[in-house]
Design a protein around this ligand. Structure first.
Ligand SMILES: Nc1nc2c(ncn2[C@@H]2O[C@H](COP(=O)(O)OP(=O)(O)OP(=O)(O)O)[C@@H](O)[C@H]2O)c(=O)[nH]1
Ligand SMILES: [Mg+2]
Length: 321
């Protein structure tokens, strides 16, 4: 697939789709592709859009796509739904909501579900972002239902995170519990046509005040709280402005490059950990030495720390590794 990278860089959508499928499937064959793609990444600005089920994330994403297209951006969209086993295409609901953009060659939409583990989903999502980045998307929107650990993990890939809340249903309280508030750079209070939107705005602002007082959040960026109604386009411009303002803030303060560096550092250590685990599993667990050592630990002949030292030494040193 490496030989098809020039086609990807030239904007071939079919190749983009194929490469995404390859990384999604998670086989080791994807490593060569990811290695070769790396020099072509790092240009896309990544926006996470998260919130409870049905909050209007896809509807908002649809409107944000329109706004970004007007500014001449090439837009990628990854809609992640951990509750869905479907993958590889678009989920029906998202397809309908983002329908207008399906004909646009500068919009690339992909839905992902869990095929394997949730952790695998976060891994796959981040790698799909890399393909879209190399594909030339200048903005990538990542939609997730923001409740679980995997979704929060996915959001660490975003430069700007939009948290979508709605009136009623104790949404803002839920968000606080789920740890979503801490990751918000911009709040969209969607369905502002319904009763109670102003109360949510007040609650979120009060919470931000509290956070500032207790210094739980960065003091230099205060997330804007923007009311939106997707059907009538209310607040959409403000929302896009909020995202752009946050980007400017990150760029101006040097935080964007700091955070991206931090992200690559985390990725690097993740890869190393992954390989160490594989090595140990392949070379020690399967050889039976693991069980033999375990028996000795059980028999109090050796302690777990010393046993681990032995396993590590064997796993890492064998075969010149
Ligand atoms: N009243 C009102 N309804 C809205 C608004 N925006 C979206 N909706 C409706 O809310 C429902 C859910 O919208 P989606 O955009 O699919 O929400 P979502 O957060 O992507 O949903 P999931 O991906 O299933 O979690 C749909 O029936 C929308 O028509 C709004 O501003 N006001
Ligand atoms: Mg959706």
């Amino acid at each position: 697939m490496i030989e098809q990278i020039p086609a990807l860089l030239a904007g071939d959508r079919r190749i983009a789709a194929k490469m995404i499928t390859l990384v999604e499937n998670g086989g080791t064959g994807r490593y060569d592709l990811l290695k070769a793609l790396h020099p072509h990444t790092g240009k896309a600005y990544i926006v996470g859009i998260t919130g409870s089920p049905g909050a209007g994330k896809s509807s908002l994403t649809d409107k944000v796509i329109t706004a970004l297209r007007k500014q001449g951006e090439k837009v990628g969209v990854v809609a992640v739904d951990p509750s869905s086993p479907f993958t590889g295409g678009a989920l029906l609901g998202d397809r309908i909501r983002m329908n207008d953009h399906y004909q646009d060659k500068d919009v690339f939409i992909r839905s992902m579900g869990t095929r394997g583990s949730l952790g695998g989903l976060a891994r796959a999502t981040k790698e799909v972002l890399k393909v879209l980045d190399a594909f030339g998307c200048t903005f990538i929107l990542v939609e997730t239902v923001g409740v679980g650990q995997a979704e929060l993990e996915i959001m660490t890939a975003a430069d700007t995170t939009v948290v979508v809340l709605t009136p009623g249903a104790g949404d803002s309280i839920q968000a606080i519990k789920a740890g979503i508030m801490e990751i918000a750079d911009v709040f969209a209070i969607n369905k502002a046509d319904l009763d109670g939107a102003d109360r949510v705005v007040t609650e979120v602002r009060a919470m931000l005040d509290l956070a500032e007082h207790t210094r739980l959040t960065r003091l230099d960026w205060r997330p804007p709280v923007i009311k939106t109604v997707t059907m009538s386009n209310l607040g959409i411009e403000d929302l896009v402005e909020g995202i752009m303002a946050h980007r400017k803030f990150l760029e101006g303060s040097g935080q964007l490059s700091e955070e991206r560096k931090f992200r690559l550092r985390a990725e690097l250590s993740e890869i190393i950990e992954h390989h160490i685990k594989d090595l140990i599993r392949e070379k020690v667990e399967k050889s039976g030495e693991w069980d033999a050592l375990l028996d000795r630990v059980i028999g109090r002949e050796i302690d777990p720390h010393s046993a681990a030292d032995q396993i590590l030494a064997k796993g890492l040193l064998r075969d010149g590794n």
